[in-house]
Design a protein around this ligand. Structure first.
Ligand code: HEM
Length: 463
């Protein structure tokens, strides 16, 4: 079946709509997508090409699978493709005017105030906070391994990144216990977010399972965030954490600082954007280095050569080149944010196909990262793809785990530094073995995560 409309009119022929992936009446391709989204999306590209229309019953979307099209949406015509429509409205009920979801003048103002907090000098100041949080977590893992427990890399790195983010955002203002109570609430909110995005367009009387628990989680998170913000407003200056930097930031046009509500939206945004993404990226990196002894060896050699026995500093990040490549390759093969939807604000054309105003656009980062015309042997894990010579010939939008264009992730260097620190300190401290368990499979949920965890055993090498 093809939804293409015949061209008509006396003048220039009208472009056709992108071909429609065949599906069932009413539900379209939903059953096949739900059964195995990765298999469906990879096969649909082979069958329909780099651009096609996906029918999910309640929602149709135009799927984009090629870097050339991502360049069009996120760079060339970024003003025409905005974070609007039901999908983003659901996120806005949670994040208010936070950077990831705001638009127009509010977004510009907030980006101007938040982005400088992630510059190199600022990151250099939080490196030692991060290193301390990593050490602290390692000591907990040491206790668990002494007790002979087999561990799962997914919750392990989730616990670590939550701690790290809490330290980087709040410094010492939040206790270990508060972070531990915050974690399940954050996890629930993240889990609830995707179904809530997909059911946003249904009438309000349709029951939404989990809604009460979600509201409860949100109230708990808000209570903690507002109390820390209030406390810190009363004691300005002196800290290196992100909250104090946000408290000090002034709008260059009005000269005013952020209000408490905006600070809540931004701190929650930083948590939601930075927590699960970095933690699954680390879990995947560990999975792939365990698959290949040569990668593991080379990684450890680099770390020992650069760091020896001392703690890493910000200055080491540029030297830990292979460590960085391992993370880049891991983010290619398993991008935690596997798609990045937008709404077309005006009629447009992509690759000769009509994109009518109001179309939902689904650029798929995952498929671009596995596209055989873009990457040689795309299913193979090979960090050396990111050695500079090879990267020079690649399309500039071939690798986009942090997004592309003006809305690109504000935390990209923060996340890369965090992942480099964690991975370097981890391979230096532990011998790691894979433990028995089901095969590791990818699940496309809110993020691209391992379906049934990654069971590992840790053995401490030195004190
Ligand atoms: C491996 C880790 C991470 C990945 C894969 C990732 C990925 C992304 C992606 C794909 C976007 C959306 C870009 C778009 O909409 O076009 C984004 C936006 C954003 N990320 Fe990240 N991110 C990561 C870590 C972080 C961290 C650690 C922080 C902060 C501490 C952060 C803060 C943000 C914010 C605030 C935005 C919204 C930017 C804007 O719209 O102006 N992210 N990220």
């Amino acid at each position: 079946m093809d939804s293409s409309s015949p061209s008509h009119g006396a003048s220039a022929p009208r472009a056709r709509l992108p071909p429609l992936a065949s599906g069932l009446p009413l539900v379209g391709s939903t059953p096949q997508v739900l059964a195995n989204p990765i298999r469906f999306l990879m096969r649909a590209r082979e069958r329909y090409g780099d651009i096609y229309t996906l029918d999910l019953g309640v929602q149709r979307m135009v799927v984009l699978n090629h870097p050339r099209q991502h360049e069009h949406v996120f760079l060339t015509k970024s003003k025409n493709y905005l974070k609007q429509g039901a999908l983003w409205d659901a996120m806005r009920t949670l994040l208010g005017n936070g950077l990831a979801v705001s638009q127009g003048e509010v977004w510009k103002r907030q980006r101007r105030m938040v982005h400088p907090q992630f510059h190199r000098q600022r990151l250099a100041r939080i490196t030692s906070l991060m290193v301390a949080a990593i050490e602290d977590q390692f000591e907990r893992w040491d206790e668990q391994t002494r007790a002979g427990q087999s561990l799962d890399a997914v919750p392990m790195f989730a616990e670590l990144t939550m701690k790290l983010l809490a330290k980087s955002v709040f410094g010492t203002a939040v206790s270990h216990e508060s972070v531990e109570t915050l974690r399940p609430e954050m996890l629930y909110v993240i889990k609830y977010m995707v179904p809530s995005m997909l059911t946003q367009s249904l009438p309000s009387w349709v029951p939404r399972p989990g809604e009460r628990r979600y509201q409860q989680a949100l109230e708990r998170i808000d209570r903690l965030l507002f109390s820390v913000i209030e406390q810190r407003r009363g004691e300005p200056g002196g800290s290196d954490d992100l909250l104090s930097m946000l408290l000090e930031a002034l709008d260059e046009e009005t000269g005013l600082p952020m209000q408490a509500r905006q600070l809540r939206d931004e701190t929650l945004t930083l948590f939601l954007a930075g927590y699960e993404t970095t933690s699954v990226a680390l879990a995947w990196a560990v999975h792939y280095i365990l698959e290949d002894a040569a990668v593991w060896r080379r990684l450890r050699e680099e770390v020992e050569q650069v760091l020896g026995d001392r703690e890493p500093t910000f200055g080491d990040m540029g030297e830990l080149k292979y460590t960085r490549m391992v993370i880049q390759e891991s983010l290619r093969i398993c991008p935690p944010i596997w798609w990045n939807p937008r709404l077309a604000m005006e009629d447009d054309e992509i690759d000769g196909y009509a994109i009518p105003k109001g179309s939902v656009i689904a650029p798929l980062t995952y498929v671009v990262h596995h596209h055989p015309d873009v990457w040689k042997d795309p299913e193979r894990f090979d960090p050396l793809r990111f050695a500079s010579e090879e990267g020079e010939t690649r399309h500039r939008c071939a690798w986009g785990p942090f997004g592309i264009g003006p809305r690109k992730c504000v935390g990209v260097e923060f996340a890369m530094m965090e992942a480099q620190l964690v991975l370097a300190m981890f391979v230096r401290r532990y011998d790691v073995s894979r433990m028995a368990g089901p095969p590791v499979e990818k699940a496309m949920l809110g993020t691209l995560r391992p379906k049934a965890g990654i069971p590992i055993g840790l053995h401490r090498r030195r004190s």
